[in-house]
Design a binder for this molecule. Structure first.
Ligand code: ATP
Ligand code: MN
Length: 475
């Protein structure tokens, strides 16, 4: 939109007509890498550079001057830059003839120009390009050693399809999707509307897509919102949601074809078609019979409260750690918590499910005051049943970042184990608060989830614990 910047206020802070920490001015900046072609010394004769003279490669492979940057570094960095560049000095400008006016910088920048071999690449942010191809208000960010200088070109910013301006709540466009009845309240307890839900899904698309892409996905549709009837939809008949793909029926023989929500458009389209929740399989289409995760579901129940769920999550984690398995945590967005163990997809569903059952049985045996191994109310008063039943073929779990079709529109939120004691419930975050939480979060607590490589093999061999399930064909 070519704005100079935007102003933001923390949603829960009062309006104050002065500078406060709850107002933020966010300048729109551009940023790219440039080839360092020369530098100037500082006028005070110190051993630091005064500015870097920058260039990019033009269409015919000519090195073109684009201006300079004289700020953004510490004095230590400025000294390092100088030491690095002195070694690369050459007598003549590396710019193609006629692209840099001689003496350009010696007039503007104190100190004389020194030229270097165009080998070093620096990342710089800047406000804009001038019509004659110079960068304005540049500030140094860092050197980049991962990019060859020859690859540095002038970059052009692409306009993304952001939310279209809201014309009327009744017919708003979100990410190319036409939202009908956007004003309809889908959760009377909060007054949240269908448009709020569509906007939520659009705003977390980058977060949720890694969790749903390439995986069979079931949909909870609530055409009348949270209070009305809900439909759990697994199959594709007359789905009519643009972007949602029907997977080949051969994937799960004997069943109708499954669905995949594979991109941001499908996600927004799903919300437009009254999908509130998304639930996924534990395996991907690529390897449909081998789960790439194992899920333990923890809920407060009859006679058990939230603190007991928190404690149980820690105990489940402790046992998994003993078994050499790293686990990640998310709120369910409803009542409880989900403990998720990523797996290299090698074993079949029965093996993983049996293993998860053995984990739950072991917990019940080791800490009978806290856990039961069987579901059912009679068995669980005051005790917790850690549900492993989502680990079977065809079973699903609410996906990370899914909204929940319950009052308050809670959201299943990935959290770090350190955050567990601070959580107030399984619906600690909801549609109106989740996005802000994500923007303030300094690191993604699940960043390493995707990189984790582990299998159940070693854990199944641990003799002292009953993790060897008596099913001969599988182990
Ligand atoms: P909470 O923390 O409140 O228990 P949750 O996500 O753990 O939330 P539920 O919402 O009770 O649990 O969902 C139970 C499980 O059953 C989910 O894994 C869901 O995928 C599955 N499920 C729900 N409805 C159906 C259905 N109609 N058919 C098949 N599976 C379903
Ligand atoms: Mn649950």
């Amino acid at each position: 939109m070519n704005l100079e910047g935007v102003i933001a206020k923390r949603a829960d802070a009062p309006y104050a007509s002065r500078r406060t920490e709850t107002w933020l001015k966010l300048k729109c900046k551009q940023r790219q890498e440039f080839v360092v072609c020369g530098y100037t010394d500082r006028s005070d004769g110190s051993r630091q550079i005064g500015s870097l003279l920058l260039g990019v490669y033009g269409p015919e492979g000519k090195l073109i001057s684009v201006g300079s940057v004289g700020t953004g570094w510490s004095s230590e960095e400025a000294g390092d830059l100088k030491r690095k560049l002195v070694k690369l000095e050459v007598p003549k400008s590396p710019f193609a003839a006629g692209t840099a006016k001689p003496g350009r910088w010696s007039k503007r920048v104190a100190g004389s120009e020194r030229w270097v071999q165009p080998k070093v690449v620096a990342e710089v942010d800047f406000a804009e390009w001038t019509p004659d191809g110079q960068i304005r208000h540049a500030s140094y960010v860092a050197l980049r050693t991962d990019k060859p200088a020859r690859a540095i070109k002038r970059e052009t910013a692409k306009t993304t399809d952001g939310p279209a301006p809201l014309r009327s709540a009744g017919n708003a466009g979100v990410g190319g999707i036409k939202v009908t009845h956007g004003e309809r309240v889908i959760d009377p307890s909060t007054g949240l509307t269908k448009l709020d839900l569509v906007r939520y899904y659009e705003s977390v698309a980058d977060w949720i897509l890694p969790h749903i892409k390439g995986r069979p996905c079931s949909l909870v549709r609530g055409p009348e919102g949270v209070g009305g009837p809900q439909f759990f939809q697994k199959h594709g008949e007359k789905i009519g949601i643009p972007g949602i793909t029907e997977l080949p029926a051969s994937l799960w023989p004997g069943h109708d074809s499954l669905l995949e929500v594979g991109n941001a458009q499908a996600l927004a389209g799903a919300a437009q078609m009254n999908v509130i929740e998304l639930h996924t399989w534990n395996s991907t289409v690529k390897n449909i019979n081998a789960p790439d995760r194992m899920v333990f579901d923890l809920d407060p129940g009859e006679g058990t409260g939230w603190p007991q769920v928190q404690e149980a999550a820690m105990l489940v984690r402790a046992l998994l750690t003993q078994l050499g398995l790293e686990a990640w945590l998310k709120t369910s967005g409803g009542k409880g918590l989900h403990v998720v163990v990523p797996l290299t997809p090698r074993m079949d569903y029965d093996t993983v499910k049996d293993f998860s059952q053995a984990v739950v049985q072991h917990l019940a045996k080791a800490i009978p005051s806290r856990f039961v191994a069987r579901s059912g109310p009679a068995n669980r008063v005051g005790k917790l049943f850690v549900d492993y039943l989502r680990n079977g073929l065809g079973a699903t779990t609410a996906v990370a970042f899914s909204a929940r079709a319950r009052p308050g529109l809670g959201v299943s939120m990935p959290v770090s184990w350190e955050e567990l004691p601070k959580l107030k419930s399984g619906s600690h975050w909801s549609i109106p608060t989740a996005r802000e939480h994500l923007s303030f979060q300094s690191t993604d607590p699940w960043a390493s989830y995707w990189k984790k490589k582990q299998t159940l093999t070693a854990a199944m061999k641990m003799g002292s614990m009953p993790f060897r399930v008596e099913r001969d064909s599988l182990i």
